[in-house]
Design a protein. Structure first.
Length: 109
């Protein structure tokens, strides 16, 4: 039981160190970790004000039909995944697997 308590305390201290390092390494452009942590804890105490803040910062969704979205995001470059390369890779993997299985079954026991 003592070991469990000791390791729990070690984990809590490590979490505190990580929180301090995260707050110390943040640049001035984004809100600090501790400020975010305090805001989250305050939101748990007063959920009504947190909801009000969230509603103020929510952006209106844009309703666009799928065909317009696909036309707007169309790319002329090659796709990331090439079917021929995938087929060759899977074929090689299959051959390796078959060879390995045959080698395992041929070994004397």
């Amino acid at each position: 039981m003592t070991a469990l308590i000791v390791w729990t305390l070690v984990a809590l201290v490590a979490a505190g160190v990580v929180a301090l390092v995260a707050s110390a390494t943040s640049n001035g452009a984004d809100p600090s970790f501790l400020r975010d942590l305090r805001a989250g804890l305050a939101a748990r105490r007063d959920p009504a004000s947190a909801r009000l803040d969230a509603e103020l910062f929510d952006a209106e969704p844009v309703d666009v039909p799928l065909d317009e979205f696909l036309l707007a995001t169309q790319v002329d470059e090659d796709g990331y995944l090439h079917v021929d390369e995938l087929r060759d890779t899977l074929g090689k993997a299959k051959q390796k697997a078959v060879r390995s299985v045959h080698e395992l079954t041929r070994r004397p026991v």
